[in-house]
Design a protein around this ligand. Structure first.
Ligand code: NDP
Length: 310
């Protein structure tokens, strides 16, 4: 019996993934049937992006796993009709892209690039930027993406503190966890990077109280998810100058409405959820490896803890 694999994502992704998945599954020695439409009760695996439309998993009675094409699984993790295992995407290409984006935006703040890019005003102020060793960066979330970004920043010499739910020991990074850890991490951070998942526990991680912990003029970079930040509190902190600048890639509502105050705020940079994306070439390998594992009776990679939501 072939393994039946449903590809459920935006239609334009099918011609990209179909040959990559076919190659990977063939190399794994699997007898398979890969399609964008299958009878629900015949589906063994679903390679799935939430915008693909699968909302009710009840008829998918023999599903062995849902394999998300996305790293963020907040729209699937809470779906109670899904009883099969859910794996999220950890993709080398996605991680590399996020690391580049985070490092670029941290360097923008660290080097004070805006001052020179926007102020071609004939005024000569020869203030050299400090070294990275003198700059304290805090990365909230030390998972696949946060750890890679933190390590890249540390490799450049930045003084990096990371914060996660569980205790960690990452060479070159001061690792903190828990409520006390967050307070400590924020109270010394000049630049904060949010790479937490969107879960009930992480909503409004940056709120009026936690923003107040940051040193005056601190900058915020959010490529995680919009709900991690209380927008009203951030706008208030930007307006008083307590927060110097924010670069926001993700929002509670996307696309960010044209009349949202973030667009017009002089101290906000909006990017349209482009910090990184799943790269089909490397992501297809992850999907194929998980199907191979499932068929071999081996544990799946990157399983989501449905109770924690990530
Ligand atoms: P992971 O699941 O690998 O890592 C999540 C990290 O957050 C872990 O370190 C985890 O702690 C920590 N965390 C979770 N809950 C809490 C909590 N309550 N308190 C403190 N720390 C917590 O995720 P990824 O690194 O792969 O991805 C992170 C997020 O990045 C995704 O969920 C997604 O929202 C976003 N993303 C954004 C993209 C973009 O283009 N803007 C692209 C891809 C992803 P612990 O290690 O202890 O479990």
């Amino acid at each position: 019996m072939p393994v039946n694999i449903l590809f459920s994502a935006r239609p334009e992704l099918w011609p990209v993934y179909q040959p990559l998945l076919t190659k990977g599954l063939s190399e794994a020695g699997l007898d398979f049937n890969l399609a964008t439409e299958l009878a629900p009760d015949q589906v063994d695996y679903a390679a799935y992006a939430p915008n693909g439309g699968l909302l009710d998993f009840t008829p998918y009675s023999r599903l062995k796993a849902v394999l998300s094409l996305w790293a963020g699984v907040e729209t699937i993790a809470g779906n109670t009709t899904l009883t099969a295992p859910l794996a999220r995407m950890v993709d080398h290409g996605l991680t590399q892209g996020m690391t580049e984006w985070v490092v670029g935006h941290v360097l923008r703040y660290h080097l004070g690039m805006d001052r020179h890019i926007t102020a071609q005003d004939g005024v000569w102020i020869p203030d050299a930027p400090p070294l990275a060793t003198e700059r304290r960066v805090c990365v909230l979330g030390l998972g696949a993406l946060g750890e890679a970004a933190a390590q890249a920043l540390a490799a450049l010499g930045f003084n990096v503190t990371g914060w996660s739910r569980s205790a960690k020991d990452i060479p070159g990074i001061t690792c903190l966890h828990g409520d006390d850890g967050l307070q400590h991490a924020l109270s010394r951070a000049e630049i904060v990077v949010l790479l937490l998942p969107d879960t009930p526990a992480t909503e409004n991680t940056l709120n009026a109280d936690t923003l107040a912990l940051l040193p005056k003029g601190a900058c915020i970079i959010n490529p995680g998810r919009g709900p991690l930040i209380d927008d009203e509190a951030l706008l208030a902190a930007l307006n008083t100058g307590h927060i110097g600048h924010a670069t926001l890639d993700v929002f509670r509502v996307e696309p960010l409405p044209a009349d949202h105050p973030y667009w017009a705020h002089p101290n906000v940079t909006v990017t349209p959820h482009i910090a990184s994306e799943t790269r089909p070439t490397t992501a297809a390998q992850v999907i194929c490896e998980n199907i191979r594992r499932g068929e071999a009776g081996e544990p799946f990679l990157h399983l989501v803890d449905r109770n924690l939501g990530y």
